[in-house]
Design a protein around this ligand. Structure first.
Ligand SMILES: CC(C)(COP(=O)(O)OP(=O)(O)OC[C@H]1O[C@@H](n2cnc3c(N)ncnc32)[C@H](O)[C@@H]1OP(=O)(O)O)[C@@H](O)C(=O)NCCC(=O)NCCS
Length: 412
């Protein structure tokens, strides 16, 4: 397809096109990819499942857009298929001519036609994606822990071992299969290999596996910035992955990270809001939140499929009225309409209805409601959700209650 500015939209099928894709993304993201050649070797055989799109102006790639199939975890742990969007860039010379918009409308129309319940992405800037019906649905925080070396936390007796990348990757994949955290997205095998240091060179991270009675119970990956100040050790550990199968495993891994010799501080970016880290040191005030942000954005495409896949904490019926202006306001979108959720507690069903609505909201607020990120009554308080039937917000709060705050776990 060629647009009115003479920009040609292509699917990337060759290594040469992928090189053009990379060069454009390196300018857009303001940094070249480390180990690009090794990354090309890994990506080229997978171009049929990793849908790279390029906008090309007279032979030069000026816009990039990647999409792929992903699994998104509903409240209760069920996997929901989704279309993930990533690597969105446009060269500064070609910005604001509709290149992103053309890519995004095509991608969402394809995902809708394929019957996928949702699309997902991580937004570089807050203002970009609301117009396409995406809304912020999970949050993350960065922790900074000042290690109190006079009162180091106690570890359990479970075995913790340094392992190589292959062993770590196998354990990390096994742990992920067991996680039921709402909002968690599946990890591309390629990204798993990258995180395990198996693609390219120069990875200096340390990787450990926690075992309990022979079974994998947790994984930890960290890097260290070694430093001495005034003849005293002052190193900083950065945790890039810390996952446990249960609370005990999670706390055990934190206790280990906080008690490595020479370490004065542990930083841990993009963690869950209900991470147990504050319960590990003797003094919880040594753990500070240094940043808070939205992370996963969800674009609902099939409301009945989404709400039939999740669990409910209490019996009830709830009718939602969803306004979906479509992709870029182009006309009513696939989530537009009224939907009834019905549950006896546990599983539930959801279908289109003509019944009067209890709650009214925009499609951009639906992902966060679906993942129970915040009580509905709080969103009603901010005006984001309108309560049309008395008591509906309180009823929704009980039905939608979730034992955990949503957390995407992965970056993509
Ligand atoms: C963000 C980016 C991809 C936008 O591409 P683009 O081709 O200029 O976007 P479009 O021309 O299709 O814009 C569509 C609409 O979104 C708006 N928009 C685009 N980027 C925006 C931004 N960063 N902030 C606010 N609005 C933005 C445009 O103004 C336009 O609105 P309009 O139709 O009302 O004029 C591009 O600026 C870029 O590469 N930025 C740096 C990398 C980046 O942030 N990528 C996103 C990664 S998640």
């Amino acid at each position: 397809m060629t647009d009115s500015n003479g920009i040609e939209f292509q699917r990337v099928t060759t290594r040469e096109q992928l090189q053009g894709f990379h060069d454009c993304a390196a300018v857009g993201f303001q940094s070249p990819m480390p180990n690009a050649e090794a990354w090309f070797d890994a990506v080229v055989p997978q171009l049929d499942v990793l849908d790279h799109r390029a906008a090309v102006d007279r032979g030069r790639t000026v816009g990039t857009f990647l999409s792929f199939d992903q699994s998104l975890t509903a409240v209760g742990g069920a996997p929901v298929p989704a279309r993930a969007v990533s690597a969105v860039t446009v060269l500064p010379t070609h910005r604001r001519r509709g290149i992103l918009g053309a890519h995004m409308r095509g991608c969402l129309a394809d995902a809708e036609a394929a019957g996928l319940p949702a699309a997902t992405l991580i937004a570089a800037e807050y203002a970009i994606y609301g117009r396409y019906g995406f809304g912020p649905s999970t949050e993350v925080v960065d922790y900074r822990i000042v290690v109190d070396r006079t009162r180091l936390p106690e570890r359990s007796g479970d075995e913790l071992r340094y392992v190589d990348g292959e062993e770590h990757l196998a354990a990390a994949d096994r742990i992920r299969e067991r996680l039921t955290i709402p909002g968690r997205v599946s990890r591309l095998p390629l990204n798993g290999r990258m995180a395990a240091g198996l693609i390219g060179k120069g990875d200096t991270k340390q990787r450990l596996v926690l075992r309990r009675g022979g079974d994998v119970a947790g994984v930890l990956t960290y890097g260290v910035e070694g430093k001495w100040t005034d003849s005293r050790p002052d190193s900083v550990v950065t945790v890039s992955e810390l996952l446990g199968v249960d609370a005990a495993a999670e706390r055990d891994l934190w206790a280990f990270a906080m008690s490595i010799d020479w370490v004065a501080a542990v930083v841990a970016p993009q963690r869950a809001l209900d991470d147990l880290v504050t319960t590990v040191p003797a003094d919880p005030r040594t753990v500070q939140v240094s940043n808070r942000s939205d992370l996963l954005w969800i674009r609902p495409l099939d409301v009945p499929a989404l709400f039939s896949a999740r669990n409910y904490a209490a019996p009830g019926r709830l009718v939602l009225d969803v306004t979906d202006p479509g992709y870029d306001g182009a006309g009513p979108g696939p989530a537009h309409g009224r939907f009834v959720i019905s549950t006896d507690g546990g599983a539930g069903t959801c279908s289109a209805t003509d019944e009067p609505a209890d709650l009214a909201l925009d499609v951009t607020d639906l992902g966060r409601l679906w993942l129970s990120d915040e009580p509905v009554s709080r969103r009603v308080g901010t005006g984001a959700i309108r309560e049309l039937t008395g008591g509906a917000a309180a009823r929704a709060d009980l039905m939608l209650l979730s034992p955990r705050r949503p957390w995407a776990v992965e970056h993509f």
